[in-house]
Design a protein around this ligand. Sequence first.
Ligand SMILES: Cc1cc2nc3c(=O)[nH]c(=O)nc-3n(C[C@H](O)[C@H](O)[C@H](O)COP(=O)(O)O)c2cc1C
Length: 221
Amino acid sequence: MSKEAPNQKNVIFDEIVVDRRSHRRFWQEFPAKDDIKSIIDAGLHAPYAAASVGSTNDYFRRFFVLKMGSKCMTTAASLIFEEVSTMASKLEISMENDTQLREKAIGFANRLAMIKKLGKVPGVGTAPYFIVVAEKKGFPAVEQQSLAHCLENMWLKATALNLGFQLVSATAQMADNPEFCVMLGINPGEWALNGCAVGYPADELSPSILPSVDEVTRWLE
Ligand SMILES: Cc1cc2nc3c(=O)[nH]c(=O)nc-3n(C[C@H](O)[C@H](O)[C@H](O)COP(=O)(O)O)c2cc1C
């Protein structure tokens, strides 16, 4: 870690936080391998649920890097697409007989339908790198929270490197998929998964429009 004066650190931190956006279009050029390694290193530095995974002998966080155009990326893209399509069909059937579910799930169902129509899961094969992150399951089951911390660190590091980053949350659905897990070299069902796409962003995005801190904060006495 660099030894900058604290105020400079603070200014840079704020800049990175404000610059962080979801990028969904990437150039095909591959970022340097060292940049990808430093993004993974930032993920490794993220907090983990020590009490939940404490007794495991094996290190509980793993990263798998898939490159655009590779055999593994083609396999991953088709397996994830299949899983999302199945999820979309199952949700459609469940919503037919359940109006409450329909009301709650319609936005998500529409998103799945859009992916089905597109024929691919955005972020898997649409950016130079697709990185899958695995967190060993523990008790209580807080793996997805740990993965979210890990991915946020990776996202901020990618932003600091001027790289685009996209969460690929459909990756989580692959944790029990035997073919996908065998490809990664892990046992199906033992790990929670999530993922992200990384590459040079094709669009320049302006900072998000957000409410002010005062609008969303209540100070309790
Ligand atoms: C739990 C979670 C899952 C998300 N999954 C995806 C995803 O699969 N694909 C995607 O493009 N964005 C995904 N996003 C990104 C959000 O859509 C995005 O953060 C939000 O629209 C705000 O935009 P910003 O990231 O540019 O600030 C996800 C965000 C969260 C918190």
